[in-house]
Design a protein. Sequence first.
Length: 140
Amino acid sequence: MPLWHVYHPPGTYTPEQKRRLAVDVTGFYTRIGLPRFYVMTLFHEIAADSFHVGGEPSGTAVRIVVEHIARHNGDPQARRHTREALAALLAPHTSERGLYCEFHIDETPQDLWMTDGIAPPPPRSEAEQAWARENRPIPY
């Protein structure tokens, strides 16, 4: 599952802007076959006096922590491609709006993840495809 934590100053995103960012993030992953319900985007408002960049309070910084669980990639070129694709996805929501943006991706071990008490099916398996079609976890 991709889990996105978006830390931002209050008022940075309207509800509609949050929805559009979450839709863009979800689309990134569903294009590679992940079920929509795997993708979670959480928005965390942080007051400027609690959000410091370089030791200084910032009212224009966005920090994003992405947790990849459903897919890992050890190939350096593919990892670079993912990083660049996510930067391009984020630009309209951050840098093109004049916001400073930084993100990183963590890869959580797949064997430490369950959904509704069910271990996820193997990547690209028929069971995972069924989860994507149904958009929910189902026993397999």
